[in-house]
Write a protein that binds this ligand. Structure first.
Ligand SMILES: C[S@@+](CC[C@H](N)C(=O)[O-])C[C@H]1O[C@@H](n2cnc3c(N)ncnc32)[C@H](O)[C@@H]1O
Length: 265
């Protein structure tokens, strides 16, 4: 999955060059703080379908820059959100965005591994968008993140799937295996077997993918070109080019992304 691959790519780079992958990812998301191929209008639609009370307690696991948690707070004006992530760069941006939007007193950020986060009580809405790798995959996320959802709560998971059978070029670009993802019906089957039923879903369209990927590649490229003397500029430019190639020649129109709004069945 590109957002997982990005970590792998960055870690790979980190083995040979001194680029901090969390920092690189943070720069790459400058123009698209939602770290998934989803437009804000569809994020709002998903939150409306989650249909929570104004006092909702929200947990965002792998929250990144907090785009989902903050928008959830806009929907639930008396609610509170906890955001959990391992990236200090992403959390700094989340804190800054919360302050800008006057939401800092309703968002608590936790810099830690989502697997070790032990909350004080359960939640009306638990989000894990593009972050299932934190738990080891989709099925594990259903199990572990699902434990944090109260009896009538909603679990919202954003996950990749094969839009078409994976091509060798896509697998090479993603450094993945064909069985790493299922197709969309297969993903829904996994959820249902785990006791969760979709009450809504959004499948990201080609324009959302293009917007996300061009933003990622473009933001990193722009930063590298604007900072030619920076010690990380060359590596950042190389990472942007490599990623662009992996996307355009590899998984574009092969890998899909769905955000499932799930209830216990
Ligand atoms: C693709 S981003 C998604 C961010 C956010 N959900 C969004 O849609 O904007 C994946 C996030 O998972 C975080 N992450 C990766 N492993 C994690 C872990 N074990 N615990 C918590 N966060 C983790 C990364 O730092 C990154 O911010």
């Amino acid at each position: 999955m590109p957002w997982q691959i990005r970590v792998r790519v960055s870690v790979g780079l980190g083995l040979t060059v001194p680029v901090d992958h969390q920092r690189l990812s943070s720069i790459a998301h400058s123009h698209h703080p939602i770290a998934a191929p989803i437009l804000g209008v569809n994020l709002d639609r998903l939150l409306r379908r989650a249909d929570r009370q104004s006092t909702a307690r929200v947990l965002d696991l792998g929250c990144g820059e907090g785009a989902w948690a903050l928008q959830a707070l806009a929907h639930y004006p008396d609610g509170h959100a906890d955001g959990v992530d391992v990236s200090s760069y992403a959390l700094e941006r989340a804190a800054s965005a919360a302050a800008d939007r006057g939401l800092a007193n309703r968002l608590t950020l936790h810099e830690r591994d989502a697997r070790t986060y032990v909350p004080d009580g359960d939640y009306d809405l638990v989000l894990c968008i593009g972050s299932t790798h934190a738990f080891g995959g989709f099925a594990e996320t259903l199990e572990l993140a699902g434990r944090r959802v109260n009896a009538d709560g909603i679990l919202m998971i954003g996950e990749g799937f094969w839009q078409v059978p994976p091509t060798p070029a896509a697998l090479a670009a993603l450094d993945g295996k064909a069985d790493e993802f299922t197709d969309l019906p297969g993903l829904v089957d996994v959820a249902e077997r785990a006791g969760w039923t979709p009450v809504y879903a959004h499948v990201s369209d080609a324009a959302e993918w293009d917007d996300y990927e061009w933003s990622w590649v473009g933001s990193l490229t722009r930063w590298a070109l604007d900072n030619p003397g920076h010690p990380d500029a060359t590596e950042a430019l190389a990472a942007a080019r490599k990623h662009r190639d992996q996307w355009l020649r590899g998984y574009r129109n092969v890998l899909g992304f769905v955000t499932l709004v799930l209830r216990r069945s």
